[in-house]
Design a protein around this ligand. Structure first.
Ligand SMILES: O=C(O)Cc1cc(O)ccc1O
Ligand SMILES: [Fe+2]
Length: 450
């Protein structure tokens, strides 16, 4: 294809690629071009780039990082070309740490029903509802947990977060993330990571859409070390998919919204910023199918720590203590003998925020419903509800499949603070702690053994 033909192909429709394509592998050094020959070979900064493109680097780690993560982009215009100064805007429901409202207490066991949609049309930006924040966005530690309610596509409107990478966990509906580096379509049972600094717009493919977001202010998510498990199982690198290059050549007045130090700013731009024709590098968005997660568990007795179900971990700088672990409780066989099989009762120095994607969670057969969330904050006791305890203590133990279940946990070393939304507007279950009220005293001091 010659250059003229290739250019024509980008004219109608405006978008060069309308269905996504993906490249497999976690942390690979990818290369991809939407037009042939757009990617310089053997160097990054040629004096003139093919097709009259501009070269621009996106640095996701410091220049001097041991394993730098950066991507070279070949784009129609450099992203510095926008036509207005940044001006502050209000996005009232998207909060950042530190944020601990005085009239909301975070000390407690909390559970919410699914946050319902309303008649209000909401985009990815206006539909973000922060539930908790932890750490400090300015010092780049901690996280925020959000629910998103999205009914409308972003039109001539683009967004990036300078504060964070976003881990997106859909629960209902399908979304398209048209990013600078390509297109990711996302449905429930999949997750995506949108790196810090990457521009995108979000379209509704099948709405309304609801899901969860973990906003990571700190060091990027990585695959956990598998230790004695060895080289396979859990999340395998090849199941992560980065998009192939896709671009738009559209000259329409547009807005670009930036989240920066917890504040939102807007600028005008005369064209679509999604104009990267080719790129190479290892700093890219990815998606992952949670059905590809291969759980490893107890095959004789006892209940291991949930860290065996870690999909991704974001380090905090302290070895073994994560800024965030993303943990998946999916379908699996329970075979442990002579064992209380559900999660045990415990208090944890880490703070556990859980969400239900579908089905029933074994420790909470009632009340923790798809789309719902719970929070067991730092050092606050929790565990199976009364019915789960009685059932698991008395059932005949054969091999048992936990079917139709997918829940997850955002676990952080920092206490999580409820927002006003989480404490006052979201459908908080006021009676949650009653699920433990009927736990009986079984103690009999005259009887040894069981
Ligand atoms: O609290 C929870 O339900 C999450 C959890 C699950 C598990 O299997 C062990 C510990 C734990 O915190
Ligand atoms: Fe727990």
């Amino acid at each position: 294809m010659n250059v003229q033909d290739a250019r024509r192909m980008t004219q109608a429709p405006d978008t060069h690629a309308t269905s996504p394509g993906y490249m497999p592998g976690w942390g690979n050094d990818f290369e991809t071009e939407a037009l042939p020959g757009a990617l310089p070979q053997g160097m990054n900064s040629p004096q003139k780039c093919a097709y009259g493109l501009y070269a621009e680097q996106l640095s996701g780690t410091a220049f001097t990082a041991d394993r730098p993560e950066r991507t070279w982009c070949y784009r129609i215009r450099p992203s510095v070309k926008h036509s207005a100064r940044y001006r502050r805007i209000e996005v009232p429901y998207w909060k950042s740490a530190p944020h601990a409202p005085a009239d909301v207490t975070s000390l407690g066991q909390y559970r919410w029903n699914p946050v319902p949609h309303t008649d209000e049309p909401l985009t990815w930006i206006t539909g973000m509802r922060t539930m908790t924040t932890a750490g400090d966005v300015n010092t780049q530690v901690g996280m925020a947990a959000h629910v998103y309610l999205v009914t409308e596509s972003m039109v001539d409107s683009y967004f990036y977060s300078a504060d964070s990478e976003l881990l997106v966990v859909p629960q209902a509906g399908r979304l398209r993330f048209f990013t600078e580096l390509g297109i990711i379509d996302l449905a429930p049972k999949e997750i995506a990571i949108l790196p810090r600094g990457l521009v995108y717009r979000v379209e509704v493919l099948d709405g309304p859409a609801r899901g969860f977001v973990c906003e990571n202010y700190g060091q990027k998510f990585d695959l956990p070390g598998r230790g004695p498990i060895g080289a396979n199982c859990l999340a395998n690198p090849r199941d992560f998919k980065a998009p192939v290059a896709a671009f738009e050549d559209r000259e329409v007045p547009s807005t670009l919204t930036i989240k920066w130090c917890g504040e939102f700013h807007e600028t005008e731009i005369a064209q679509s910023p999604l104009d990267i024709v080719a790129w190479h590098g290892n700093y890219a968005p990815v998606k992952y199918d949670l059905d590809a997660y291969c759980p490893v568990g107890a095959i004789l007795f006892d209940h291991p720590d949930p860290s065996i179900f870690t999909v991704l971990t974001a380090p905090s700088g302290v070895p073994g203590v994560a800024n965030i672990d993303f943990v998946l409780f999916r379908e699996r066989w329970l075979v442990a003998e002579n064992t209380f099989r559900p999660p045990w009762y415990h208090k944890n120095v880490m703070s556990e925020l859980m969400g239900n994607i579908y089905g029933i969670y074994d420790a909470k057969p009632e009340g923790f419903v798809p789309g719902g969330m719970s929070l067991h904050n730092m050092m606050l006791p929790h565990g199976p509800d009364r019915d789960a305890f009685e059932k698991a203590s008395n059932s005949n133990l054969g091999p048992d499949k936990l079917d139709n279940t997918m829940s997850f946990m955002f676990e952080t070393r920092f206490p999580q603070h409820l927002t006003e939304f989480a404490g006052k507007e979201a459908p908080l279950q006021d009676n949650y702690i009653d699920c433990w009220a009927d736990l009986e005293k079984h103690f009999d001091g005259t009887r040894g053994g069981v």
